[in-house]
Design a protein around this ligand. Structure first.
Ligand code: HEC
Length: 254
């Protein structure tokens, strides 16, 4: 991906003209042996899942996420969004089932993507699969919560991620993320801050183990699951990054 990030549209168009599938080139370098239909998977990777020049592919705020999504060709799928992110990705994996976006065990962990104060999470199967869960850390122990449902058919407003979590007088995150309070509005939509949680240590999943899931993923049997895993791991370097130690553990506040 660095080729296109560095040299911009010119290189991209050159690669298209020469028949290269840019979106796939890093995927081709992962250890593909044993992935029976890796060719299929590569063929599906889209050359268009790239942030245009001037748009950050390394979002560090919820607004950056909206700008990046709006810059991608519609409809924007969750995997296209993940694919567009600049590498290396810094991630934490958890098999925790105690959240709005439960992991479906070790083989399909919940993936948190960390960048500065922004936390984004996705899962490759289960009821949370169509969602990008989001938070922006506001203090050592709190964050603002938001959520975006995919696919995105047309450009979304800055307030959309905040209206996505609304429930009653607050958000549907507050049943776990306690001490919720409104801290402002954006385009008329209230933003709510609450306690931020890090995954429990026993729930952490090893990155190597997850990389193996891509190697053995059966794209014909589980196309959607494999597609999300490939969108996270198959587009350049991914490395582990721990959550800040300051965040609460969920069990400690019940
Ligand atoms: C059933 C309890 C539960 C609910 C409801 C819940 N979460 Fe969480 N959340 C957790 C737990 C537990 C963690 C720690 C990571 C993990 O185990 O998955 C967490 C961590 C997070 C994190 C990482 C850091 C942070 O800022 O807390 C984000 C982002 C997040 N949740 C977003 C959300 C959003 C958005 C909602 C509402 C749509 C939500 N969560 C609802 C339990 C929950």
């Amino acid at each position: 991906m660095n080729i296109t990030k560095t040299h911009g549209a010119f290189v991209l168009s050159l690669l298209i003209l020469t028949g290269w599938n840019v979106g796939c080139s890093p995927a081709a370098s992962f250890h593909a042996q044993g992935v029976s239909d890796v060719g299929n998977a590569l063929a599906q990777a889209s050359v268009t899942c790239l942030a245009p020049a001037g748009v950050s592919a390394r979002p560090s705020t919820i607004e950056d996420v909206v700008v990046l999504i709006n810059s991608l060709p519609k409809p924007v799928t969750l995997s296209c969004f993940l694919e567009s992110l600049e590498r290396p990705l810094n991630i934490t994996l958890t098999n925790s089932q105690m959240s709005a976006q439960p992991a479906a065990g070790n083989r399909s962990p919940r993936v948190f993507i960390l960048n500065e104060k922004l936390y984004m999470s996705v899962v490759s199967e289960g009821r949370g699969r169509d969602y990008l869960e989001l938070s922006y850390q506001t203090t050592a122990t709190t964050s603002v919560k938001a959520e975006i449902e995919f696919p995105i058919m047309q450009s979304i407003s800055k307030s959309k991620p905040y209206s996505g979590v609304r429930f009653g007088n607050g958000t549907n995150c507050s049943s776990c993320h306690r001490a919720e309070k409104q801290i402002g509005t954006i385009e008329g939509a209230p933003m709510f801050e609450s306690w931020a949680y890090q995954p429990d240590k026993e729930t952490l999943v090893d990155l190597q183990q997850f990389e193996n899931e891509l190697k053995i993923c059966n794209f014909s049997k589980e196309p959607e699951r494999c597609e999300i895993i490939r969108a996270v791991l198959g587009h350049g370097e991914v490395q582990s990054q721990d959550f800040p130690k300051s965040m609460y553990f969920n069990f400690s506040v019940w």
